[in-house]
Write a protein that binds this ligand. Sequence first.
Ligand code: NAD
Length: 338
Amino acid sequence: MKIAVFSSKNYDKLFLEKANKRHSHQLFFYEPRLAFETVSLAKGFDCVCVFVNDKLDSKVISKLAEYGVKLIAMRCAGYNNVDVETADKFGLSIVRVPAYSPYAVAEHTVGLILALNRKIHRAFTRVREGNFALEGLLGFDLNNLTAGIIGTGKIGAITANILNGFGCKLIAFDSYKNEHCQKIGVEYVSLESLFERSDIISLHCPLTPETYHIINSDSLKKMRTGVMIINTSRGGLIDTQAVIHALKSGKIGHLGLDVYEEEADLFFEDLSNAMIQDDVFARLLTFPNVIITGHQAFFTKNALENIAETTLSNIDNFKNGICSPNAVICKCVKLKNR
Ligand code: NAD
């Protein structure tokens, strides 16, 4: 198939081209994000291959349909940036990569917890400047602390497993109880109880209307003073203004983010010579007890290999009229039966 790969970086090209030796699709790489301003680049393609910050709203999807695009191939698990209803209405199929390396994201989550607790980001710069004082670097033992996991799917369960190794007490909120989590002693509790009891809260649920701003001024009130909050899931889970307020008051003791609600204008680009226009983000950067990474939790060699292989296999399946288990919407069966 003829595929327009949007938001493509050198690493996307490298891994997709390598995997494509086994698939033989025609790949065209475009650096810009797919949005209304760039959708005309999709003219003449069968498939658009997109990532987390491409904007596939109803206007973009109706244009894709007009240009004859049949398939939206996500190079990620989440598809909250796609208007699924409109895609369905216009007969477009959507495939995704549900799991490429849950270990990558879980390990990054724990990396943020450790770095925040032991202030490794501050120690690194201090030691480089010849400052070996320990004041301000005091941490705490993770052993025996209570970690609350919101969403115990693939990533949440692995995070729980790693934290279990540190000797944390584990509680979780999810309407589906994960068997492995139960086996290692994770206690499922109400969301309210998780907020009240956790020393560390880690978010691993998808962004849906139900989970939008799950961390807000009301939920923050229920939490322990000094709570550590980690979000490697989706930016929209956190009301950033409420979190800034809670950082200023000391309610939040540590905050680790790999995602940010307005990240689309910032992340994945080198803006080191630009003036950041987002004042809310700029304020977050001023806190010594906040670490932000730019949506890099997934970014391991293993994950990029899996993303490339699964994306191209998903496209093969669509082309061959096979309704893949990785389809969000599949119209290929209908095509085959016609
Ligand atoms: P998953 O589908 O395996 O698990 C999600 C879990 O969340 C499920 O168990 C589900 O029941 C639960 N859930 C749904 N609604 C909930 C709610 N209201 N409250 C509590 N739990 C709820 O997904 P996963 O592979 O573990 O990924 C989790 C999230 O991680 C994804 O949605 C994605 O947004 C994010 N992610 C981030 C990166 C990154 O690089 N930062 C990479 C991959 C995925």
